[in-house]
Structures are given as C-alpha cells and as structure tokens.
Design a protein around this ligand. Sequence first.
Ligand SMILES: Cc1cc2nc3c(=O)[nH]c(=O)nc-3n(C[C@H](O)[C@H](O)[C@H](O)COP(=O)(O)OP(=O)(O)OC[C@H]3O[C@@H](n4cnc5c(N)ncnc54)[C@H](O)[C@@H]3O)c2cc1C
Length: 397
Amino acid sequence: MNFEFGSEDEEFRAEARAWLADHLDGPYAESAGRGGPGSEHERADARRAWERELGAGGWIGLGWDRTHGAYGNRAASLTQQVVWAEEYARARAPGRMGHIGENLLAPTLLAYGDAAQRARFLPAIARGEELWCQGYSEPEAGSDLAGVRTVAVRDGDTYRISGQKIWTSLAAEADWCFVLARTDPGERRHRGLSFLLVPMDQPGRIEVRPIRQMTGTAEFNEVFFDGAVARDVVGGEGAGWRVAMGLLARERGVSTLVQQIGFAAELAEVVDAAVRCGALRDPVLHGQLVAQWAELKVMRWNALRTLGAAGDAGAPSVAKLLWGGWHQRLGELAMRVRGAAAALGPADWTADAPYELTAAQRLFLFTRADTVYGGSDEIQRNIIAERVLGLPRVERR
Ligand SMILES: Cc1cc2nc3c(=O)[nH]c(=O)nc-3n(C[C@H](O)[C@H](O)[C@H](O)COP(=O)(O)OP(=O)(O)OC[C@H]3O[C@@H](n4cnc5c(N)ncnc54)[C@H](O)[C@@H]3O)c2cc1C
C-alpha cells in the first residue's frame, strides 16, 4: 500500500485546511477543542449545528464505499481520510457528535443493509442531521453480549421492543438507536437475535436516564424500551449477531488510524506540559514519554499493516488492546508530569459547587474507560487466544 501524500492529497489538504479555517470562525470559534472524551457536555447545541455544517461541506462519510451509490458526501481515498483527520485535529475542531452514525452504523448499512435502508439513513447521516446511539449492552449482557434479553416481537410490518439497555453513549442526544434484540425467544445465545433501527422519539415507549460518570458528566445512559416501535431490521431477521459483530470489528479496527491523529495531539500536549513543569528532567518520566511516543509509532505501523488484511480475525482485537492501554497510560502521564498540582482544583474554588476538571484531569478520568468500552481488554485477549492462537474456548453459560 502506498501511503505517501501525492499532489492530489496535498490539494485535498489545502482545501480541508481552508474550509476548516473558514468555518471554525464566527459561532463555532468558541467550540474549538471542546466536546472531546469526558467533556461531551460542552457546547452540545453548537456541536450539533457543527455536524450539519460539516455535512453541508460534504465532510461526513469520506470513506464510505461508493459501490452502492452516492449519499451526498465526498469520495476520498484512505490517505485523504487521514489528511482530513490530521487537519481536523490540527484545527482543534469540535468533538464529533455524529461519529456513531458515521463510523459505526453507516459502514454496517453499506455491508449488510438493503437499498431502501441505505437510501433512507445514509443521506441523513451525511448531512449531519440524524445522530445515532448504540444499543448493545444490558445489565446482564456486556462482555457476554449474546446474553441480551431485550425482545422484539413482530407486530404486522413492525416490531415492538421491550427491555433495557445500559451505558448507551449519547442516547439523550440521539435521534436513532441501533438495537440488538431477541426476535426468536425459542433460540439461545447468538441465535435468534436481530439488529433493529429504532427511532428515539417515542414518548412513553422509550425512556432515557442519564448515568453520571466520575468525570461529572453523563455521556452514557440507561435506556428503557416499553413496546417501542421499529420497522427496519438490518441483514434480515435472525442475522443480528453477524451484523453486530461486523460493526464491532470496525469499532475496534480501521478507524484507529484516524483516532491516532488525535492521540498524537494529546501526547504533544502532555510533552508540552512536561517541559513547562520541568518534569522532563526526571529520567523516569522522560523515559515514559519517549516510550509513549515510540508506542504510538508502533500502533500506526500496526494499523497500516493490518488495513488490507480483511481475513485477519485478530487484527481489530490487537488494535483495541494497543490503543486502549496506550491511551490510559497517557492519561496517567498527563497527571504525573504535573506532580501533586495535577490533583488540585482551581485556586478560586469553594466547596459549595463542583469545579470544572482540567483537561488533564478529564483525560485521566475518562481514559479509565478505554480498556472497557468497545470490548474490554480481557475479552480482546480471549478473542486473540481462541480465534488466532487456537487455544481452548472459554466456557460460556
Ligand atoms: C465510556 C463507555 C461508553 C460505552 N458506550 C456504550 C454504548 O454506546 N453502547 C453500548 O451498548 N455499550 C456501551 N458501553 C458498554 C461497554 O460495551 C461494556 O461496558 C463492556 O462491553 C463491558 O461490559 P460490562 O460493563 O457489562 O462488564 P462485564 O461484562 O460485567 O465485565 C466485568 C469485568 O469482567 C471481565 N470479564 C467478563 N467476562 C470475561 C471473560 N469471559 N473472561 C475474562 N474476563 C471477563 C471484563 O473484562 C471486566 O473487567 C460503554 C462503556 C463505557 C465504559
């Protein structure tokens, strides 16, 4: 694979940079650098409007496979997608609210959806108009996802969904949720499941209860379904497990290359802080920062190496293991380089109200979740052990 930037890519870069400079002006200027992990609450309305701005510019869905048609977005090679992500990070553009629809659902619809589903849902994602959330986890079904108990009962042309999801990121903001539910109560485990597309605006039938996290924000939620109506099943009734796993492979895999650009910016910030605080003179911290830099390079090469390896069952799990641990260590380093001062609130803080966390504190607290969501480290190791190394399977209930 050629990963050099050619002249077309540099033209694309100039266009992306100019567009971002132009559009991150005015009402969006204050949203720059806001709304990342752990601070999803920041400027939510402005960031929602920003999604539509991105959509109008054609910047959502750059990597969508065009085999099945065009959906209002630009076509861009993988190199150009990386260029866009680089410029996005460089411009400190707002944290994305549409990433679940764009990066998880859209590729899943392209792979498993029918023409009507693609025509209905992809243009609205590309325009930045409809936001999505992911309804997989339940109180008794997280790592053991095949244990989902939410049911979907056929009712004429529709399904009626009842049950509870948990840890549903952005459910309070989302217009739609893709839900893994049991359509065949006679089947067990990964058989008899379906992947349904559920509109969230169903008062009385869907209730969203925010869960407050240790960052003080409520990025994820409990979602209760009580006879909620859905019309669309992706991949056909009973194919839910295959579709759900296809989606998870994306969450753990290719998108990491783009994500690493944000990581590089965060690492640069921690290095800057280490220089400012004098922590760089500490040989242990110095060594840890250098190791962090080297590991980021290794992650990049690993991501590039596995890009074309569609049949490599372990690649998404290896990528998830690498980035989850790396990012968590970065959060720890962000605190360590600042020494004891890292734990302090602002000087003017009084105990009658919570204080806003600093960026380093948020990074540290939020990254505790990196080795859990999208499949925990232990689960990734199980996948690698069973599917790549051929070790005996873990016993399942
Ligand atoms: C920030 C964040 C956002 C999230 N967003 C979403 C979302 O939008 N939608 C959604 O559906 N879910 C979401 N999740 C949920 C996430 O997918 C689950 O937390 C994850 O799958 C783990 O499930 P669990 O929390 O039920 O933990 P459990 O499955 O109960 O696991 C508890 C512990 O036991 C370990 N463990 C479990 N089984 C095994 C095993 N077989 N072998 C070895 N160790 C094992 C796990 O590694 C973990 O350490 C989110 C989670 C977080 C933290």
